[in-house]
Design a protein. Structure first.
Lengths: 292, 182
């Protein structure tokens, strides 16, 4: 059945402080809506459960992208097109710029927001592997103040996260310390445009005298939520990039992920592809070592 | 019925104001009503089509504040104060927009359902990239589905329109007049 606009309340308090006051006055009653690329799909199909919505679109404080000496701070309502157009994001966070180009179409990218992608919490979220690889931090806001949480701890289960009822996701902080890292991001889907990931893997690593000194791996569609692959990282950290290390890492990843069979793919295929993506990254890393 | 259980008439809803194709408009509709439905039902601008209703097909593409959006995914309250362009706003007076001319001459339109969305996506592309590459055209239109043409003629139409617009700009005004008289 079609959604009925008269059955849903949508208010636009206008300022961030007014939105936070509303969330505090009636915790858990209001659903924030920004670009609407998830919620309006549910509404059109008549399956939007939220009956009271509060508008975030057009609140400037939430859409700013700020560059400080230490980090790039992306407002939760920055759109994926904003990210693609931003010179510093392109230069220093190429994985995030690439992920932004994967979000649906241009019309989706001009409305879909980074914060919305994270709060929606799809296991296949396009931006998540890049954010995990870049060691992102989440900043939340409420009338009680702000707090910071590592992005790797933001998701707590399928479509669940650490936000409490009166809180908004405020900004995403990305440290500016990956210029020397080897960076990798690959999504495997059915079609180049508009497709949801069967599997995606993001990675950053720093190699020093043949030994992996730093490594971060972020995966989509391999667990109930976007996940940092800490056990696989542990199998690689401090190791020389030998054939044995690559095989051990393949085994670690194979054991660490929990993919499922669904409409887009099978658990078996996802596991195999994920292992191959990891190996592709490690081979790129080794080639870099040979060249330098 | 409304959220509070009372039946409402349109006049009960507060006015939402925006500009469509250069004209100021004001509507009294539920704030969650989709921009697509407001355009079609309240403003009778039926050029904008509904395909999938979930942001996958691009049939309902319009330009809002110089950005391409799927109007099926925009609650009309978020269009408050916005500058909106629909396919009805493309043609200039009695002459077609260069993109419309080009779609006609190059077989870029068949059944026509996708055409308004294709034209708006193409208009958005050309507004920001006057001579797009084949890859840029494909990316610009990737969110617009056509089930008739096989896309190649649409890509060719956009490329031809870009060339045409460029050469128009390069021409002297007297030549432009000849073109209009034709």
């Amino acid at each position: 059945m079609r959604g009925n606009a008269e059955m849903h309340e949508l208010v636009a308090p206008g300022s961030l402080s007014a939105v936070l006051a509303l969330l505090a006055a009636e915790p858990g009653q209001w659903t924030p809506i920004a670009g609407g690329t998830e919620l309006m799909v549910a509404f059109s199909a008549g399956r939007l459960n939220a009956h009271k919505l509060v508008n975030l679109w057009g609140i400037p404080d939430l859409r700013a992208i700020e560059v400080t000496p230490q980090s790039i701070v992306i407002g939760a309502s920055a759109t994926f097109l904003d990210l693609r157009k931003h010179a510093v994001v392109n230069a220093e966070l190429p994985l995030l710029a690439k992920a932004a180009s994967w979000i649906g179409s241009i019309a989706n990218q001009s409305r879909a927001t980074l914060g919305g992608n994270l709060v929606n919490g799809s296991p296949a979220a396009d931006s998540s592997p890049a954010l995990l690889a870049y060691d992102a931090e989440i900043e939340t806001i409420s009338v009680r103040g702000r707090r910071r949480v590592p992005y790797s701890e933001f998701h707590t289960g399928y479509k669940r996260n650490v936000l409490v009822a009166d809180e908004l996701l405020y900004a995403i902080h990305l440290p500016r310390r990956f210029a020397r890292h080897r960076q990798y991001l690959r999504k495997v889907g059915t079609r180049r445009a508009m497709a949801i990931a069967k599997v995606a893997l993001g990675a950053t690593a720093l190699l020093d005298q043949g030994v992996i000194r730093e490594i971060r791996l972020g995966a989509a569609s391999l667990a109930p939520y976007p996940k940092q692959l800490k056990l696989t990282e542990a199998a690689l950290l401090g190791q020389a990039l030998t054939r044995e290390t690559v095989l051990a890492a393949r085994r670690a990843l194979f054991a660490e992920v929990q993919p499922i069979d669904d409409i887009r793919s099978t658990a078996q295929y996802r596991r195999r592809v994920a292992v191959n993506l990891l190996e592709e990254f490690l081979l790129e890393l080794r080639q870099e070592e040979v060249r330098s | 019925m409304s959220a509070d259980g009372k039946a409402r008439t349109n006049a009960d809803w507060p006015a939402i104001r925006f500009t469509v194709n250069g004209e100021s408009r004001s509507v009294h509709v539920p704030p969650m009503k989709r921009l697509l439905d407001v355009l079609r039902e309240d403003l009778h601008l039926t050029g904008t089509k509904e395909g999938c209703g979930e942001g996958e097909c691009g049939s309902c593409s319009v330009r809002m504040n110089d950005e391409l959006v799927n109007s099926c995914l925009v609650p009309v309250l978020q269009a408050e104060g916005a500058d909106i362009q629909t396919v009805e706003g493309l043609a200039l007076e009695s002459s077609l927009h260069p993109l419309q001319e080009s779609f006609l001459h190059n077989g870029g339109a068949q059944c026509g359902i996708c055409t308004p969305g294709m034209l708006m996506a193409a208009a958005q592309l050309l507004a920001h990239s006057s001579h797009p590459s084949e890859a840029e055209i494909r990316e610009g239109l990737a969110g617009n589905l056509c089930r008739c043409t096989g896309f190649m003629r649409i890509f060719a139409s956009v490329a031809a329109a870009a060339r045409e617009t460029e050469s128009e700009l390069a021409k002297e005004p007297v030549v432009e007049q000849t073109h209009h008289a034709r």
